[in-house]
Design a protein around this ligand. Structure first.
Ligand SMILES: [Zn+2]
Length: 225
């Protein structure tokens, strides 16, 4: 095994531990994958692993067909879901969680509307993919469809999926989606949430492009406002 793939397995394990520490991965529920840009091989958490304690040897390596290349453990039962997202959208990494706020929203709503402009980093209104049994090709197809032009989707009565060009980005998107779901829950508990309309969303995107929002810049005191 190349040193790079060992690094990738370590990075996937570290991402799993971080998402568990943030409360998004609970026990053995959820999974993380990342694609090696050079070989196209995919490092993915194994099934039955306690993600908060995930070690590099609990991350298996598979090829694009899902065949095991490296590792002693069977990959997650949602392997097909990860492969489908990576293949369809060219994702560099995929995160699937049963995060509490995302899952709650996915048990009630058909989508997650945009209440806060930060959600636009996920592409806008987040769709809820129809329910299907875990680990099935049907579920993978539903999620792939829900991710059209989005970097996150909810899964009805199940959880959430995010992807990104890198593992860091996919993890950030998972944290952001959970934050947006928590915001919706809090807002809805207080009253009827006000949504950002199309015009307001467009203005945010234009402002973000103009200001290169989210990128650190030297000599500017004001950030993230
Ligand atoms: Zn799941």
């Amino acid at each position: 095994m190349s040193a790079d793939l060992a690094d990738l397995r370590a990075e996937v394990a570290a991402a799993a531990r971080r998402l568990a520490a943030e409360g998004l991965l609970i026990g053995t529920a959820g999974n993380v994958s990342a694609r090696d840009p050079e070989t196209g091989l995919i490092a993915i958490t194994a099934t039955g692993v306690v993600l908060g304690d995930c070690t590099p040897d609990q991350v298996s390596v598979v090829d694009r067909s899902g065949a095991l290349v490296t590792g002693d453990l069977e990959p997650t039962s949602e392997l097909d879901l990860h492969l489908a997202v990576i293949t369809t959208y060219g994702a560099g990494a995929v995160v699937h969680t049963h995060a509490p706020n995302a899952t709650a929203i996915a048990c009630v709503r058909e989508d997650l509307p945009v209440l806060h402009y930060q959600q636009l980093a996920l592409g806008g209104t987040v769709r809820v993919a129809p329910y299907a049994t875990f680990g099935t090709a049907e579920l993978a197809a539903h999620v792939v469809a829900a991710l059209q032009d989005r970097s996150g989707a909810l899964m009805a009565n199940h959880g959430a999926v995010t992807h990104g060009s890198t593992l860091t980005k996919a993890v950030e998107n998972a944290l952001l989606l959970e934050w947006c779901c928590r915001l919706f829950r809090h807002a809805a508990a207080l009253g009827t949430p006000r949504e950002l309309d199309e015009q307001q969303q467009l203005a945010v995107i234009e402002a973000a492009i103009a200001r290169d929002y989210g990128t650190p810049r030297p000599a500017r005191a004001e950030e993230g406002s």
